[in-house]
Design a protein around this ligand. Structure first.
Ligand code: 5GP
Ligand code: ZN
Length: 112
């Protein structure tokens, strides 16, 4: 989608601080980090949110989930990390291209 921010980042039309990429996903630093480490993992394919997933996305989602541990370790998050997927207006989603937040480090606040 030409007017989608994260599609444009995936295609290199908008610069970002990329830490990992392959044929299915791109991972880059959040422009407004909420923790010492704050990455965003996006699918190369445009998917608006979790609400649009169907069986055809099973392999992609499995790939994204399995990548999380490696990405966290590469950032030095040996003690653990947090993942967040905001979905829809009620979930606080701002960018309507599926993405996982990966957060960690000393400044990570409690979640409750
Ligand atoms: P959401 O609220 O949709 O789950 O999260 C969107 C995230 O994208 C926010 O944490 C925001 O800081 C980040 N973001 C918005 N615009 C840009 C941008 O142009 N570049 C990068 N790297 N992150 C962005
Ligand atoms: Zn998109």
């Amino acid at each position: 989608m030409s007017d989608c921010l994260f599609c444009n980042i995936s295609q290199g039309n908008i610069p970002s601080d990329i830490v990992y990429e392959d044929d299915q996903v791109v991972v880059f630093k959040d422009i407004y980090p909420k923790a010492d480490v704050h990455l965003l993992m996006i699918s190369r394919q445009h998917i608006g949110s979790l609400n649009e997933l169907d069986k055809s996305h099973d392999e992609l989602i499995c790939h994204m989930m399995r990548l999380l541990s490696k990405l966290a370790k590469d950032q030095g998050l040996d003690n653990g990390f947090r993942t967040i997927i905001n979905t829809g207006p009620g979930g606080g989603q701002e960018v309507y291209h599926l993405h996982m937040h990966i957060l960690g480090g000393d400044s990570l606040p409690g979640f409750a």
